[in-house]
Design a protein around this ligand. Structure first.
Ligand SMILES: [Zn+2]
Length: 315
C-alpha cells in the first residue's frame, strides 16, 4: 500500500489507492504561519489516519508520495520554494521519513495531477499527454513515453510562463505576455468584466449582477442565450488558449492534451471551438498524427492518484 498526499495552502488530503480506487480518504488543515516541521508533523498524522481508516495500519504502508505546491526538487524530496508558505529548501521527504520510517517521494502538485490523469484518468489510452490545469494561473504536467518529464532539478514544465504575446501583459514571473496572463480562469474573468463594462445591455449581466460576481462560468451561461458579447469573450479566450496549446502541440506533439480546472466542466462548449481553432493550425496535420483534446476526469483527486503513482514508480 502506498499513501498519496495532495498538499495545499488550506489543507492536505491523503488516501491509499486500492484496485484503482482511493480509500481511507482523510484531510488535515494546513497553515502558512506554521513552521515546515509543524506542517510535516500534521502530514505524518494524516498518514496514520489514512492507514488506520483502511483497517490495516501504518505497517502495511510501503511508501508515501506527496504532490506539493511550489518548486520541488523531486530527486531529494526538497521543496526549494513555496511562496505562499514562505518555504525555502524544506526537506519535506526527510522530515516525514524521520517520523514514519518509510520512503517518501515528493513532486510538484501539477506534475502529480498530470501523472494521475495519465495513469488513472483521461490519459490512460495515451503514452504521451500534457495536462493543462486552468485556474488562477495555468498549471502543467508533461508525460512523455509514459513517463513524467520534470526537467533538470524538476524546474521545467512551466507552460503557463511561455510567452504568447511579446511585450504583452506583465506577469508575476517578471516577463510580459505569458500564456497564463491570457488563458487562465482569471484572464477569462477579467475579459468577461471588460465586456460587461463595454456593454450595459449584455446578457452577461443576467448571470453576474455586478462586476465582482462574474466568474469563470458567466460567459458560458450567457453564451447559451446567444449573447454576442459572450461570443466575443469566448472567441478571444479560445484564440489565446489555442495559440498556447498549438505551441505545446508543435513542440511535444502529445497524443492528448488534457484540460483540467473548473472551466473544463464546460466540456464540449469549450472543447469544440478549441479543436476548431487548433486542428487547422497545427504544423503537422491532425490526419498524420491525431491529437485528442479532452477534459480531465479525476477532478480534485488527480493529485492524489498521481502522488501514489509517483511513489510507486520511484520505489
Ligand atoms: Zn510568467
Amino acid at each position: 500500500m502506498i499513501i498519496g498526499i495532495d498538499l495545499g495552502g488550506m489543507s492536505a488530503k491523503g488516501a491509499i489507492l486500492s484496485d484503482g480506487k482511493l480509500i481511507g480518504k482523510s484531510r488535515v488543515e494546513t497553515f502558512a504561519e506554521h513552521s515546515p516541521e509543524e506542517t510535516a508533523a500534521s502530514l505524518a498524522r494524516l498518514c496514520v489516519e489514512v492507514a488506520e481508516k483502511t483497517g490495516r495500519g501504518l505497517d502495511a504502508v510501503q511508501a508515501i508520495g506527496i504532490g506539493s505546491p511550489g518548486i520541488v526538487d523531486s530527486a531529494t524530496g526538497t521543496v526549494a520554494q513555496w511562496a505562499n508558505f514562505n518555504w525555502r529548501d524544506v526537506p519535506l521527504a526527510e522530515y516525514l521519513k524521520r517520523s514514519l520510517g518509510k520512503p517518501v517521494f515528493v513532486t510538484n502538485d501539477a506534475n502529480a495531477a498530470a501523472l494521475g490523469e495519465a495513469k488513472y484518468g483521461a490519459g490512460v489510452h495515451y503514452r504521451d499527454s500534457v495536462l493543462i490545469t486552468i485556474g488562477t494561473g495555468i498549471g502543467s504536467g508533461i508525460i512523455l513515453d509514459g513517463k513524467l518529464f520534470e526537467g533538470y532539478r524538476s524546474a521545467g514544465s512551466e507552460i503557463g510562463h511561455m510567452v504568447i504575446c511579446r511585450n504583452g501583459e506583465p506577469c508575476a514571473c517578471g516577463r510580459r505576455g505569458c500564456f497564463e496572463r491570457y488563458a487562465s480562469a482569471r484572464a477569462l474573468i477579467a475579459r468577461t468584466r471588460s465586456e460587461m463594462e463595454a456593454d450595459p445591455d449584455s446578457a452577461l449581466w443576467e448571470f453576474a449582477p455586478s462586476l465582482d460576481k462574474a466568474d469563470g462560468r458567466t460567459v458560458f451561461s450567457a453564451l447559451k442565450k446567444g449573447d454576442k458579447g459572450a461570443k466575443r469573450v469566448l472567441e478571444d479566450y479560445i484564440s489565446a488558449l489555442g495559440e498556447g496549446l498549438l505551441n505545446v502541440a508543435n513542440i511535444f506533439r502529445p497524443q492528448a492534451i488534457i484540460l483540467g480546472g473548473g472551466i473544463s466542466a464546460e466540456g464540449e462548449t469549450l472543447l469544440a471551438p478549441l479543436r476548431e481553432y487548433i486542428y487547422p493550425r497545427l504544423y503537422v496535420s491532425e490526419v498524420y498524427a491525431p491529437m485528442a483534446i479532452i477534459c480531465a476526469k479525476l477532478g480534485n483527486d488527480a493529485g492524489l492518484y498521481g502522488a501514489v503513482e509517483y511513489a510507486f514508480e520511484r520505489l
